[in-house]
Design a protein around this ligand. Structure first.
Ligand code: PGA
Length: 246
């Protein structure tokens, strides 16, 4: 089963747009082979209720979670809050959150707390990979990152997805708008699977759109995609979903 995660980031601007986009994606899922692909929308927290209301086949995800179980943490959203909305997935360690100061220790705590609450982490790695990095450098970097950030987590007992997402490949903000080479991505993903003894699904994120998705679908090791900008356009996002559902 492939998995496609919509990372809406700080979009859209209002509730009505969130409802409209979610409903259209849900509608498209009716005509999709749902035995082949699972889809989750990760909206801003404030839109989770309206998105939850608009979907059935599409699963709800969150863009972040608090490292703390409960307590006096201004602005934080706990695992229990997320569970109120039937949340299934949580993106953890996205490069845009690391930029705001999230470090490996905090990321590890967030993974642990998610798993304790049966929320499936989508752990973003490879953020520090450069466009010019050689495959050897990429593997060294990932080996270290996986060792540190997944330390103490029993992968064979946990449902966990890893997203290989070099920050340079993101469509806006930190990135260049150019996607990573799909063949190299498939090699990197095979390596991550080796390092995690095949215990995790591994997906790719970074400027995936309806025009380039076929390049990634061609490689069996790539278990799906983390999609930012293109997930805000229902037609475009549904084309991506359909490619993975083929
Ligand atoms: P993008 O974002 O698809 O817009 O590049 C992906 C992400 O940052 O998760």
């Amino acid at each position: 089963m492939k998995i496609i995660i919509a990372n809406w980031k700080m979009n859209p601007d209002n509730t009505e747009d969130a409802r409209r986009i979610a409903s259209r994606i849900e509608h498209g899922m009716l005509a999709t082979d749902r035995s082949k692909v699972e889809v989750s929308i990760c909206p801003p927290f404030v839109f989770m209720p309206v998105v939850k209301h608009a979907v059935h086949f599409v699963k709800i995800g969150a863009q972040d979670i608090s490292f703390a179980e409960t307590g006096p943490w201004t602005g934080e959203i706990s695992a229990k809050h997320l569970l109120e909305f039937g949340t299934r997935y949580v993106i953890i360690g996205h490069s845009e959150r690391r930029l705001l100061g999230e470090d490996s220790d905090m990321i590890r705590e967030k993974i642990k707390i998610s798993l304790e609450h049966q929320l499936e982490p989508i752990v973003c790695v490879g953020n520090a990979v450069k466009k010019s990095s050689t495959i050897g450098t990429i593997k060294r970097l990932l080996k270290n990152q996986i060792k540190v950030e997944l330390h103490g987590i029993d992968l064979h007992k946990s449902r966990l997805t890893i997203a290989y997402e070099p920050a340079w490949a993101i469509s806006r903000g930190l990135g260049t708008g150019q996607h990573a080479d799909s063949r190299q991505t498939a090699d990197v993903i095979a390596y991550i699977k080796e390092e995690t003894r095949d215990a995790a699904r591994v997906i790719y994120g970074g400027s995936i759109n309806a025009r380039n998705v076929h390049e990634f679908v061609a490689f069996r090791d790539i278990d799906g995609a983390l999609v930012g900008s293109a997930s805000l356009d229902p037609l475009e996002f549904l084309k991506i979903i359909k490619e993975f559902a083929k």
